[in-house]
Design a protein around this ligand. Structure first.
Ligand SMILES: Cc1cc2nc3c(=O)[nH]c(=O)nc-3n(C[C@H](O)[C@H](O)[C@H](O)COP(=O)(O)O)c2cc1C
Length: 361
């Protein structure tokens, strides 16, 4: 068994898979279910100075992704402070309390939640793309409390490297990348109605569809900061989580997959990570953290064609690789590549499910 424990900015996480702020941590009952489901720590649903007035309907599964317009907690902050946080502490897990949004709101809430928080996570989702209120919110929290403060960024941030650096310089103890993407839309073609009940019909995209965006944000931020990063967005399997760690994340958070599969998903992802590490001979996550940066640095940029190597013994002749846009692939008993036609694009390798094709570095 590999060592899955994580030290995240001084916080001890039992394993690297936490819930992200959202319905699966919407109150103490849900939080305790997440803990029983194997979460390595807890992030609580974002609260603000007043309860959110959430439009209905506000969640929909769409092909490859998920839409929501859920805003922040519908419970008033008083209920969290009087009941939910204290009950949630019974999980015994490291607890990160999520707060939103403006500096004056953060100042008001940070000290009140401190008795229940091992760290704070500040959502910047509704404060626009300007850096100034984001940095001011961070400073307001740092003035009020002595626990680590993590900044959660949305993918509308225009220059993640610049913002990540600025937040590290301003004292952020960690980054959480990313919130949902948008605004976006879906329409029910039977009724003609937008899927989301917000005034404009807009919502925010999460789930599998945004995983490549998450990965790019994490990869870019990890290339310029030393503070640890939570990857969040599109993670539903151990392999997804391993990819995020290779991009430079120290741990991951999961929201959509927990909505769709229930709270046992956290433990399942952690076990799948463990299995993958064991199967590949790694003893800890540390060994693969940021690996993609090191491997990419070894690869030279090239434009000349290198055709995939074929491992005939692994080919099942399933034909998935036949999509070749250059007509270079034929599959009879096994796959064959016409080297005069192959453009070295790599598509066939990405389609092969059996490891029968490989693009050598
Ligand atoms: C229904 C729903 C509610 C959410 N509520 C919050 C929230 O209160 N605070 C927050 O920071 N992010 C919130 N998010 C964003 C998630 O925490 C997460 O950043 C995003 O969904 C991407 O991760 P995923 O693909 O695993 O869902 C919400 C997402 C969904 C789908």
């Amino acid at each position: 068994m590999a060592n899955l424990g994580v030290d995240f900015a001084g916080l001890k996480l039992k394993n690297p898979v936490l819930p992200a702020a959202g319905p699966p941590v919407k109150d103490a009952t849900a939080i305790l279910a997440a803990a029983r489901g194997g979460a390595g720590g807890i992030v609580t649903k974002t609260i603000s100075v007043v309860a959110a007035d959430v439009p209905k309907p506000n969640m929909a599964e769409i092909r490859g992704g998920f839409l929501n317009t859920e805003l922040w907690s519908e419970l008033p902050p008083e209920q969290w402070l009087e009941t939910e946080y204290a009950l949630a502490r019974q999980s015994g897990l490291t607890t990160i309390v999520s707060l939103g949004y403006r500096p004056e709101e953060i100042r008001e809430l940070a000290r009140k939640v401190r008795p229940f928080a091992d760290a704070l996570e500040l959502s910047t989702h509704y404060v626009g793309t300007d850096l100034s209120p984001i940095v001011k919110a961070l400073k307001a929290a740092k003035d009020e409390v002595d626990v680590p403060v993590f900044m959660k960024l949305s993918p509308h941030v225009p220059d993640i490297k610049m913002v990540a650096r600025a937040l590290e310089d301003a004292g952020a103890d960690g980054l959480v990348l990313i919130n949902s993407f948008g605004p976006v839309m879906g329409i029910n073609i039977e009724t003609g109605l937008p899927l989301m009940g917000s005034k404009e019909g807009y919502g925010w995209l999460s789930g599998t569809a945004i995983k490549p965006l998450t990965l790019r944000f994490v990869y870019d931020a990890a290339s310029v900061v030393k503070i640890p990063i939570f990857a969040v967005g599109g993670i539903s399997t151990g392999r997804d989580a391993i990819e995020m760690i290779m991009a430079g994340a120290a741990a991951v958070q999961v929201c959509t997959a927990a909505i769709l599969n229930g709270p046992t998903i956290y433990g399942k992802i952690a076990r799948e990570m463990d299995d993958w590490l064991d199967a590949h001979g790694y003893e800890s996550l540390q060994e693969i953290r940021g690996l993609a940066h090191r491997r990419a640095a070894q690869r030279s940029f090239r434009t000349h064609v290198v055709a995939p190597t074929i491992y005939e013994e692994k080919c099942t002749a399933c034909g998935l690789c036949r999509v070749c846009p250059y007509g270079a692939i034929t599959v009879e008993k096994v796959v064959a590549i016409n080297l005069d036609l192959c453009a070295g694009c790599g598509l066939c390798v990405s389609r092969c499910r059996f490891g029968a094709l490989e693009l050598k570095v």
